[in-house]
Design a protein around this ligand. Structure first.
Ligand code: ASP
Ligand code: MG
Length: 426
């Protein structure tokens, strides 16, 4: 017997017919002898609709009341799923965020889970009841409804799995797993059997959006085993226990997966791309101690995330160019802040370019293998793709290139690292 948390996204919960399919999947899991807690999203589109109501009601809405409104989408689906499970003869009940309770820190509309009191929930599971828990919502220290930020149901599911010390947290979603790269760009992208938390964080934060990034960080911190798998399954589908999706696990479990021969060890696990960054170049900055600090301090104070940074070789007269990237949505703000500090920083011109992309190759395998970066640079050079900046971490190499070359670069690298799926036998 295992204890499993199952999470279903908005597409799976959109309408009573789909909720009935979810109920059948949940029943099947429980019928195998497991204790089952289910976390649900609001129906697809519902949260957007509720957010719009708030905007219409009061453009400067109070985040505490916003939370009251938007948390209601999940209240509806959790009640409907409990009703549907009951109609199938199961014992089921809903547990709203305030009933468990899921205590969060106050920050309305972007709260973080603090503690979850699980004893009543565990007692209920042990009585064979299916617990249905609305994702996204919690309760603040002063007793008000909070929400965890858009996409927060993933984080709810992981937090509940941690509180229940669950054997696995299955996230049923629109895709059937995590791929080596975006299958819309590379037809030969392969579904990964497993990735480590670190790899998933890199793949998620650089653009492979499958789970809310925070949920992966939480899973890593709490050691929750997560599986991403498709909710579009029929009666003949491989059971979740046979791990048809992608497992997100610790380094230690990954080692075991390799040792048992379930997976071939690759240097590179996946390739991500991100078109949402913009480049800023400041020309003729004084090449002296402190000048770089003058540039980045105001940006940090404004919570603008600077990602890639390069300082060019100094020009003759003690001057240098500094290039860096910020999120495209922060470009105008960053530009204004820098203009403000023009005298202090002492640059000559600001040049900006939002037609850039960041391509990243990610893999724990590169910790122990040299040559990953040089393969990247050579493969791109062979295709005439110019690299404008480079950053690396222990498990990632990222380059900045022209946005128009994104698809070509991803394809070239996918092939270069041997990630292409073998051709289907004819
Ligand atoms: N319903 C919420 C949203 O759309 C939370 C979620 O589905 O994860 O952001
Ligand atoms: Mg989601």
């Amino acid at each position: 017997m295992a204890r499993i948390v199952m999470k279903f996204g908005g597409t799976s919960m959109a309408g009573t017919e789909r909720i009935r399919r979810v109920a059948n999947i949940v029943r099947k899991q429980q019928a195998g002898g497991d204790e089952v807690a289910v976390v649900v999203s609001a129906m697809a589109g519902e949260t957007d609709r509720l957010v719009n109501f708030c905007r219409e009601a009061n453009a400067l809405y109070d985040p505490a009341e916003y939370d009251v409104v938007v948390a209601s989408g999940e209240q509806v689906t959790s009640g409907l799923l409990a009703l549907t499970l009951q109609s199938l003869g199961a014992k089921a009940r809903s547990w709203l965020g305030w009933q468990l309770p899921i205590k969060t820190i106050e920050a309305h509309a972007k709260a973080r889970v603090d503690t979850i009191d699980a004893p009543d929930l565990i007692a209920s599971l042990e009585r064979g009841e299916i617990a249905v828990i609305p994702g996204f919502q919690g309760i603040s220290g002063d007793g008000r409804v909070t929400t965890l930020g858009r996409g927060g149901s993933d984080t709810s599911a992981v937090a509940i799995a941690a509180a229940l010390d669950a054997d696995r947290c299955d996230i049923y979603t629109d895709v059937d797993g995590v791929y080596t790269t975006d299958p819309r760009i590379v037809a030969k992208a392969r579904k990964l059997k497993a990735v480590t938390y670190e790899e998933m964080l890199e793949l998620a934060s650089v653009g492979a959006k499958v789970l809310q990034t925070r949920s992966v960080g939480l899973a890593m911190k709490e050691g929750v085993r997560v599986q991403v798998l498709s909710s579009f399954i029929d009666d003949n589908a491989t059971p979740a226990d046979d791990l048809p999706g992608t497992l997100i696990v610790s380094d230690e479990e990954m080692e075991r997966i390799y040792q048992e021969g379930d997976m071939e060890r690759q240097h590179v696990t996946g390739i991500a791309h991100d078109k949402n960054e913009a480049k800023i170049i400041l020309t003729r900055v004084p090449d002296e101690p402190g000048s770089v600090a003058h540039i980045f301090e105001p940006l940090a104070k404004a919570s603008i995330n600077v990602d890639m940074i390069i300082q060019n070789v100094g020009r003759d007269k003690g001057e240098t160019d500094v290039t860096f990237t910020v999120p495209q949505t922060d470009l105008a703000r960053a530009q204004a802040l820098l203009e403000d500090k023009r005298d202090e920083i002492g640059f000559n011109r600001i040049i900006t370019d939002s037609k850039i992309a960041k391509i990243s190759v990610v893999g724990v395998g590169m910790k122990s293998h040299a040559g990953v970066a040089s393969t990247m640079f050579k493969s791109l050079a062979d295709r005439g793709i110019n690299i404008q900046a480079i950053t690396t971490s222990e498990i990632k190499v990222s380059v900045m290139i022209d946005e128009d070359e994104t698809e070509l670069a991803v394809r070239v690298l996918h092939t270069a690292y041997g990630l292409d799926a073998a051709d289907e036998a004819a």
